[in-house]
Design a protein around this ligand. Structure first.
Ligand code: SAM
Ligand code: SF4
Length: 335
């Protein structure tokens, strides 16, 4: 078994060196574009244990992955999450340990996360108006999230980015306020086009869609944006611009208007241990079955991951006017 390759390459010659691990599908918010109000979550026994997640991370890092992002659901509500983060922070070969959070617990956890080895953090923030923030998240407390962002700044992470999803008629009038909020705090901001993952009865994605181009036009009324080159050199699928006169970068993640599949370097693992080869397709492999087998060995897991590269699709196709092909919600996919 010693002849296993040490890098992951799919059949389109894309190198996979980035994994997003969902540590739970549960969340303390119910953002209108992500979840329905009433959700059924995965029973706990079907969710990977922290030790199993750690083992999967180890397999990927031994296969040349050097960036891991923990996500969910809300990763910081997983019980004892630091018991996973601390060993991950010490994995040799892992350069970047990142987390995406809604920020609700960050005011208490930012310093510990940083000390445990998390170097990058994305915090979701779609509105700066408390009432509207509550409506969009159905449960969120804006004050707490802003305290979390400020605690992250104090903790000294290498990179902090706000993630915002803009919906027509709900928060598109806050684009400039959100940009100015990021500029004042000298942190980055990315605008993500809404993706049709999961069907949500009281939310029509086709009506609420705002393209990255429209957002750029709004921002350009007040700021000069300098393009920052090829996304390959930046950070995944985001196209980045710098705001003239300051350190803030603005990213646009545009799965509809700008197809970035040819640059795709990532895969995802759900909280149940399904390895998802593409955000916009159902191709997946069950890693939990492998890791819970009686004769389990790390090489079996590595071999399964290597073989899975042969089914990574070439590209995604999203259409907001069609019933989504992808029935899983974003909280299952792991953002
Ligand atoms: N709970 C954490 C959070 O909100 O940051 C992490 C998980 S969340 C699924 C990750 C990111 O996905 C968030 O920035 C959220 O705004 C985004 N997101 C959720 N549903 C989406 C959708 N349908 N389209 C585009 N982005 C979405
Ligand atoms: Fe929870 Fe994040 Fe989904 Fe909002 S976007 S419901 S915070 S998982």
């Amino acid at each position: 078994m010693s002849e296993l390759p040490q890098v992951l390459i799919d059949r389109f010659q894309r190198r996979v060196d980035y994994v997003r691990l969902s540590v739970t599908d549960r969340c303390d918010f119910r953002c209108v574009y992500c979840m329905a109000e009433d959700m059924t979550f995965t029973p706990k026994r079907q969710v990977l244990t922290l030790e199993e997640i750690q083992e999967i991370a180890r397999a990927f890092v031994e296969l040349g992955v050097h960036k891991i992002r923990l996500t969910g659901g809300e990763p910081l509500i997983r019980n004892n999450i630091l018991a996973l983060i601390e060993p991950l922070g010490q994995l040799p070969g892992l350069d970047q340990l990142a987390i995406t959070t809604n920020g609700s617990r960050l005011h208490r956890m930012a310093a510990e996360l940083h000390q445990s080895g998390v170097n990058r953090i994305n915090i979701s923030l779609d509105s700066l108006q408390p009432g509207r923030f509550r409506q969009l998240t159905r449960h969120g407390d804006l004050k707490q999230v802003i305290a979390g962002i400020d605690a992250a700044i104090d903790a000294g992470f290498e990179q902090i980015r706000i993630n915002a999803v803009i919906l027509k008629g709900r928060n598109e009038d806050e684009v400039l306020d959100l940009v100015n909020f990021a500029c004042q705090r000298k942190i980055d901001i990315a605008f993500i086009e809404e993706m049709p993952l999961g069907l949500i009865d009281d939310h029509d994605r086709a009506l609420s869609f705002c393209s990255s181009e429209a957002l750029r036009d709004i921002i350009s009324t007040q700021h000069t944006l300098e393009p920052l080159g090829d996304p390959k050199d930046a950070d995944g699928p985001a196209r980045y611009f710098r705001i003239l006169g300051g350190p803030t970068r603005i990213g646009f993640i545009s799965p509809h208007s700008h197809n970035f599949c040819h640059l795709c370097n990532r895969v995802r693992v759900t909280a149940e241990g399904q390895l998802l080869l593409c955000l916009g397709n159902e191709h997946s492999v069950d890693l939990r079955r492998v890791i819970r087998a009686r004769d389990y060995k790390l090489d079996m897991l590595k071999r399964t991951i290597i073989e899975a590269m042969s089914i990574k699709p070439e590209s995604h196709h999203f259409d907001l006017d069609e019933t989504p092909d992808i029935v899983r919600f974003m909280n299952t996919t792991g953002g």
